[in-house]
Design a protein around this ligand. Structure first.
Ligand code: 5GP
Length: 207
C-alpha cells in the first residue's frame, strides 16, 4: 500500500515501550500519509543531542510545566520515569476541527485519559517481535545512561501488560510493514459506515 486517503478527522493514539521504534515508524508513515499531523508534546526531560526543540518536543522546566497544568494547557499529561510529558490542547483541537488525522505518540497513562475523553479515537500499541529485541534496541541507541535504560525496561514491562487496552497491536519488525499496517488500520476506520455516511448519502437517497 503506498498511500492513505483521508475522509475526515481522527485522533490516533500510538503507544509502545521506549525503544520500540515509534519515531522511525512515524517517519515512514509520514511518507505514506503526508497529510497526517503529529502532535509535538511538552516535556521536562533533558533534550537528547539529536533532538530539536519545538520539533521533537517543546522542552521546558518543572516550574513551567506545573504552571501549564494549572492553566489547563494540556489535553493530557503523565509522569514517565522522573519526567513529565504532556499534549498541548489547542493545536490538537484545531487540527481535529479541520478534519485532520492527528497522531499522539504517548505512553499508556495518557492513552487512557484520551480514550475516556474523546469518542472518536483509535489506539495502536507498537511492539517488538520479542522482549529481548526491545532491550537490544533500547541499548543500541545509546541515548540514555545505564540507570535510565534499566528504568525504561521496568516501565516497558508494565506498559506491555496494558497492551490489551488498545484497539490494535502492530509489530515493528520491518518498519515499512509496520507503517503499512497502521495505514491499513486508519483506512479501515475511515471507511466505516458511520464515517462514510455523508459521502454516500447522495447515492443511497437517490437510488
Ligand atoms: P521519550 O523520553 O523516550 O521521548 O518518551 C518517553 C515516553 O513518553 C514515550 O512512551 C513517549 O511516547 C511518551 N510521551 C511523549 N510525549 C508524551 C505526551 O505528551 N504525553 C504522554 N502521556 N506521554 C508522552
Amino acid at each position: 500500500m503506498s498511500n492513505c486517503a483521508s475522509y475526515g478527522g481522527l485522533l490516533v493514539i500510538l503507544s509502545g515501550p521506549s525503544g520500540v521504534g515509534k519515531d522511525t515508524v512515524l517517519e515512514k508513515l509520514k511518507e505514506k500519509m503526508p497529510h497526517m499531523c503529529l502532535s509535538v508534546s511538552m516535556t521536562t526531560r533533558q533534550k537528547r543531542k539529536e533532538e530539536t526543540d519545538r520539533k521533537d518536543y517543546i522542552f521546558t522546566d518543572f516550574m513551567d510545566f506545573d504552571e501549564k497544568i494549572k492553566q489547563g494547557y494540556f489535553l493530557e499529561y503523565a509522569k514517565y520515569g522522573e519526567n513529565y510529558y504532556g499534549t498541548p490542547k489547542t493545536t490538537i483541537e484545531n487540527w481535529l476541527n479541520e478534519g485532520k488525522i492527528v497522531f499522539l505518540k504517548i505512553e499508556v497513562q495518557g492513552a487512557q485519559i484520551i480514550r475516556s475523553g474523546f469518542a472518536k479515537t483509535i489506539s495502536i500499541f507498537l511492539s517488538t517481535p520479542t522482549f529481548a529485541e526491545l532491550i537490544t534496541r533500547l541499548k543500541a541507541r545509546k541515548s540514555e545512561c545505564d540507570e535510565d535504560i534499566a528504568r525504561r525496561i521496568e516501565i516497558a514491562r508494565s506498559e506491555l501488560k496494558r497492551a490489551n487496552e488498545y484497539d490494535y497491536i502492530v509489530i515493528n519488525d520491518v518498519v515499512d510493514r509496520a507503517a503499512d499496517d497502521i495505514c491499513a488500520i486508519i483506512r479501515a476506520e475511515q471507511l466505516k459506515y458511520k464515517s462514510m455516511q455523508k459521502y454516500v448519502n447522495e447515492v443511497i437517497n437517490n437510488a
